[in-house]
Design a protein around this ligand. Structure first.
Ligand code: NAD
Length: 496
């Protein structure tokens, strides 16, 4: 990456022409729904216009996916052959890594270094992992009486509508598409209207990798129009959604009002990060807490946005985080030296600023940040922000902010810490810092969260499942368990 200077990326950005069509049945189509602008949060400029799907385009994409599932080759291919095509797609993503990282950084504002090194690495690894897994799962034949044979098989669940947000546009799409395709399903991807460009590139590369027409379709458009049409469509068998809890509820209603399609939800979070005085390294705990909340501009479903710290070390830890916030380089996402880029856009930035004002009004202490940063004219930047003396009843402690805003709450004993950690409607992730093995086990069991990180945060790989408890969702992405979303169990009982 040495040659990849700010100048290099800025020049490449000028030459980028991502196009903006839908991908339906293997061909790129403008549709009849007009087009919407895609604005770069780094400087507020319009990057391009993208076709805007209405019900007609969604219908066409679902019909293409339905045909590809009901009578196309994909679900009938040998699993190893499906795997080979997914691995080929991983190779193509690797070849196009620069262009994809640049597109993501431009459309949603994350630092190019993170887009290239973290997001693209994850996306490539996801397609490779599920490609390798495709022929390594087996069905069951339970013990039966001597006069019978029973088979329990997993069959592809059908046509999958994947609706995803903008914060990790390709990783989150990949976590759905790769296991769905490995299982033999066909897919309609509806990316966020704030990050549609990278999804189209992925769709093109999938065709180049050998995916038959109609197996992966991409439709762009507004959530309440295109997303809703997918959610209500009678020919969609499964919806795999990542996004806010509010929109997750809509998808459950759409399913109830249509064909009772399976609905898998990866939703919001307000994750607690508990630091005990016996943490193995308090400096590391503080540095990781800061990294966790400011990484990706705080636009992380798993962001450790509630720091629960023992009162005896609260000042020391908070001071260290405030210092780190002051050193953080907020800047142009295309500058490889930038540590925090632009928030996804003005609407979202205004929302986050609203949360900050509410925090000040409700009496929390603003330790640093709280205002716009202006490294590039026209861009949507925010200072890294830390509040302490936050009360558990305040909005800062309860609502998902989805920005670089940390709320620090002090506690006096472990039971209080666990009660505070669980006092949320969400249950996506949690952190815990302690040197005591028993405490580590006891507390991680007591935390109602899909993932608990002990003496680290945001660690893991594709072997472990990811998803939420409570109102953070259901089902799991990643790992072999993701296949459960995209397959149906069938029992065949043969009387001999
Ligand atoms: P969002 O819920 O507004 O949008 C997500 C997707 O749903 C987009 O494609 C959007 O177009 C679509 N959509 C919006 N309104 C819709 C409607 N009425 N009907 C159908 N579809 C609709 O979320 P966002 O702002 O894009 O992303 C931020 C949210 O996503 C946060 O709450 C965050 O926690 C969550 N998230 C969760 C995870 C996870 O894995 N649990 C990961 C990343 C983000």
């Amino acid at each position: 990456m040495l040659e990849m200077t700010h100048e290099h990326w800025s020049k490449r950005a000028e030459g980028l022409n991502p196009g903006g069509a839908h991908l339906i049945g293997g061909s790129e189509e403008a549709g009849s729904g007009g087009a919407f602008p895609v604005v770069a949060p780094r400087d507020g400029r319009v990057l391009t216009h993208v076709a805007d799907a209405g019900a007609a385009e969604v219908d066409a994409a679902v019909a293409a996916a339905r045909r590809a599932f009901d009578s196309g080759p994909w679900p009938r291919l040998a699993p190893a052959e499906r795997g080979r095509i997914l691995i080929r797609l991983a190779d193509l993503l690797e070849e196009h890594r620069e262009e994809l990282a640049l597109t993501i950084s431009l459309e949603m504002g994350k630092p190019i270094t993170d887009a290239y090194a973290i997001e693209l690495r994850a996306v490539i690894a996801t397609f490779r992992w599920y490609g390798q897994l495709a022929d390594k799962v087996a069905d069951e034949s339970p013990h039966t009486p001597a006069d019978a044979l029973a088979l329990v098989t997993r069959e592809p669940a059908g046509v999958v509508g994947a609706v995803v947000p903008w914060n990790f546009p390709l990783t989150l799409a990949g976590w759905k598409i790769a296991p769905a395709l490995a299982a033999g399903c066909t897919v309609i991807l509806k990316p966020s209207e704030w990050s549609p460009l990278s999804a189209l590139l992925l769709g093109r590369l999938a065709g180049e990798a050998g995916l038959p027409p109609g197996v992966l379709n991409v439709v762009n458009g507004a959530g309440p129009v295109a997303g809703r049409a997918l959610g209500l469509h009678p020919d969609v068998d499964v919806v795999a959604f990542t996004g806010s809890t509010a929109v997750g509820r809509h998808f459950l209603r759409y399913a109830a009002d249509s064909n009772l399609k399976r609905v898998w939800l990866e939703l919001g979070g307000k994750s607690p990060n508990i630091i005990l005085p016996d943490a193995p390294d308090l400096d590391k705990a503080a540095a990781t807490a800061a990294w966790g909340i400011f990484f990706n501009q705080g636009e992380m479903c798993t962001a450790p946005s509630r720091l629960l710290v023992h009162r005896s070390v609260a000042d020391q830890v908070t001071e260290a985080i405030v210092r780190r916030a002051g050193q953080l380089r907020v800047g142009d996402p295309l500058d490889p030296a930038t540590e925090m880029g632009a928030l996804v856009g003005e609407t979202h930035l205004e929302r986050v600023l609203g949360h900050i004002s509410a925090g000040v009004r409700e009496g929390a202490r603003l330790r640093t940040g709280g205002g716009r940063a202006r490294p590039v004219p026209g861009g949507s930047y925010l200072e890294p922000t830390v509040f302490d003396q936050v009360d558990p009843g305040q909005r800062l402690a309860r609502e998902e902010i989805f920005g670089p805003v940390l709320s620090v709450l002090a506690f006096d004993d472990l039971d209080e810490a666990v009660a505070l950690a669980n006092a949320t409607e969400y249950g996506l992730a949690a952190g815990l810092w302690t040197s005591d093995l028993s405490t580590a086990h006891r507390v991680s069991r007591a935390l109602r969260a899909g993932t608990v990180w002990v003496n680290c945060y945001e660690e893991g790989d594709l072997t472990v499942p990811f998803g939420g408890m409570k109102q953070s969702g259901n089902g799991r992405d990643k790992s072999v368990h993701a296949l459960e979303k995209y397959t149906e169990l069938k029992t065949t009982w043969i009387q001999l």
